[in-house]
Design a protein around this ligand. Structure first.
Ligand code: APR
Length: 238
């Protein structure tokens, strides 16, 4: 039997938890102490830009203190060694996939290490703090974090839809499946005829859509899965 040819991997906050970054909805989750609307919506930014900048400055600084973990590295290995196509889409705004060696990926919800002008929309790399006095070098407008907030359109959805329609193996890793459109990707992959796997610490509410649920820390389950997939390619077909 032929193995999979086009993998689609969706990752969420759980993949970075083992690097020390808090997830959103777990105990002690990232939103704790803040209403989501306050720090993650355009209205919240208009109402209190200082607070929003402080929130993301703190998260940007945390990136300097963390490193990629075995799951990031295993996915990068899969991207390098799998002989078919691998589409990697993350909901995470950290840069741990890149530092783990991933050659390409789609950041559906933006990137902490980028800033965007609210007027001309130019995007630039940004590793330090932002505040309300920071200006765009192009038009002098205010800069905001390049993060997709609630009520805003996720990035590169057309490419994502195309890849979902072509995938034959879909893996969701470390996401609670509560935020759309990413939460609906399993449904699209399922309809495209893909085998759907979930890697999580627990069985999530979207679980009935998955063919298989692999429960446990991603740092253990994902490298083992990648090893299997990569080594299977070398076995002669029977
Ligand atoms: N291994 C595997 N799964 C894990 C691990 C781990 N070590 N640690 C946590 N998880 C799982 C949790 O069980 C949970 O289901 O990761 C999931 C994290 O869920 P959320 O905190 O909801 O994060 P995520 O699904 O990425 O959130 C989606 O919501 O607020 C928005 O924009 C934000 O991108 C984010 C989106």
């Amino acid at each position: 039997m032929l193995g999979p040819r086009h993998l689609f991997i969706l990752t969420g906050a759980g993949i970075s938890a083992e690097s020390g970054l808090a997830t959103f909805r777990g105990a002690g989750g990232l939103w704790e102490g803040h209403r989501v609307e306050t720090v993650a919506s355009p209205e919240g930014f208009t109402a209190d830009p200082d607070l929003v900048h402080r929130f993301y400055n703190e998260r940007r600084r945390q990136l300097h203190a963390v490193s990629p973990n075995p799951t990031h590295r295993a996915i990068a290995r899969l991207q390098r060694e799998f002989r078919g196509e691998v589409t990697l889409v993350t909901q995470n705004v950290d840069d741990l996939h890149e530092r783990g060696g991933s050659p390409n990926l789609i950041h559906l919800h933006g990137e902490l290490l980028k800033a965007r002008c609210v007027f001309c929309r130019r995007i630039r790399d940004w590793s330090g703090d932002l505040d309300t006095a920071t200006r765009c070098g192009n038009c002098g407008g205010n800069l905001r974090p390049h993060i997709v907030w609630f009520g805003e359109m996720p990035l590169r959805l057309e490419e994502v839809g195309e890849a979902l329609s072509q995938c034959d193996l879909f893996a969701s890793i470390g996401t609670s499946g509560q935020v759309y459109p990413a939460a609906g990707f399993v449904d699209l992959a399922h309809r495209a005829g893909a085998r759907c796997l979930e890697f999580n610490l627990e069985v999530t509410p979207t679980n009935p859509l998955f063919h298989e649920s692999i429960v446990g820390p991603a740092g253990e389950t994902v490298p083992a899965w990648v090893e299997d997939l990569v080594s299977c390619q070398d076995r002669p077909e029977t």
